[in-house]
Design a protein. Structure first.
Length: 317
């Protein structure tokens, strides 16, 4: 099983925790971890390398030399995320298939079944992301188009090369410049339309699934053409990948005051890997306002801001 990460030093601590959780779930299986390295320090690499004490597990640090800082905007997260778009130019030629994982993922089940999924001629498989119609408008997508979360991606490397996705991606960057909402994920939403399979949500359980009920999520995100309530609930009962996505409620486990259901598990692993727990500030004014308002009022107000005002602001800026 070939696993791909992309990281800079700012996310090296999260990378170590994710890798530990991955290897723990696949102790008897061959796992090759490739890291697209955007200046992770040698000391942090050394700590992560020590996790590979099983002969079946190997790690390869690959230098990511793409300088796209003048062409694109991260929107959120790190500019290092864009290196994964050109993974096929960096991975060894013999790697035909890869499972990409964000550094802020936490693996709680075996991923072999996911990795072995038949793609039926598609370039990959991703989970859906809950976005409203105005986000599709920004990317010039049809109203019913799928929008994907790029935190977990099963990719056919040879199909990616054969269909010339590098050029397709560069064409999108040239056309949109720095105004691509959701950063590299917005690019993939454009080029992957009708070319990928839909992954079950158990393999990419984003923070919103734990912060809101399904009905609350609909009020907040105004998503269309999305998973059903039953699909989300079933996935939470049989999770495989927890994805600590960012939002104003600050439930990521490395933030002080996080109340995510998996926070203690994550912090336990963090301490095993790094020797301590580091709590970053979670000073979100929006989060404080949301919690101060009556729940239903907060959902209506923030749902309007998230679903309609944010994409409008992005269009105008």
């Amino acid at each position: 099983m070939n696993i791909l990460y992309a990281a800079d030093d700012k996310f090296s601590r999260m990378l170590g925790v994710s890798i530990y959780s991955l290897l723990k779930q696949h102790q008897g299986k061959e796992v090759n971890v490739f890291v697209l390295d955007s200046d992770v320090t040698e000391n942090n690499k050394k700590i992560i390398n020590q996790l590979f004490n099983n002969k079946k597990h190997q790690i390869f640090w690959l230098t990511a030399k793409f300088d796209l800082s003048s062409d694109v905007s991260a929107d959120r997260g790190s500019i290092a995320q864009f290196t994964r778009l050109f993974f096929d130019q960096i991975l060894p030629e013999k790697v035909s298939r890869v499972l990409y994982l964000d550094c802020d993922t936490f693996i709680v089940n075996d991923l072999s079944s996911l990795y072995g999924t038949e793609l039926n001629g598609k370039v990959g498989m991703l989970a859906e992301d809950p976005f409203s119609a105005p986000y599709r408008n920004l990317l010039h997508l049809p109203r019913e188009a799928k929008m994907y979360n790029s935190g977990v991606m099963l990719l056919d490397r040879y199909k990616y090369e054969q269909d010339n996705y590098d050029q397709k991606i560069r064409s999108v960057i040239n056309a949109y410049g720095r105004k691509i909402i959701q950063g590299d994920q917005g690019i993939l939403d454009i080029v992957f339309q009708d070319n990928v399979k839909v992954m079950g949500p158990r393999y990419n359980l984003i923070s919103s699934y734990y912060e809101f009920s399904y009905s609350e999520l609909k009020k907040y995100r105004h998503m269309i053409n999305f998973y059903s309530k039953d699909e989300i609930q079933a996935s939470k009962k049989a999770p495989a990948v927890i994805h600590f996505t960012s939002d104003f409620l600050n439930t990521r486990p490395w933030l002080a005051g996080s109340q995510h259901p998996y926070v203690e598990q994550w912090r336990t692993v963090e301490k095993k890997v790094w020797g301590n727990n580091v709590f970053l500030s979670a000073n979100s004014r929006l989060g404080k306002v949301f919690k101060a308002l009556p729940r239903q009022m907060a959902l209506q107000v923030f749902g309007f801001l998230q679903g309609y005002v944010r994409p409008l602001w992005y269009r105008l800026k």
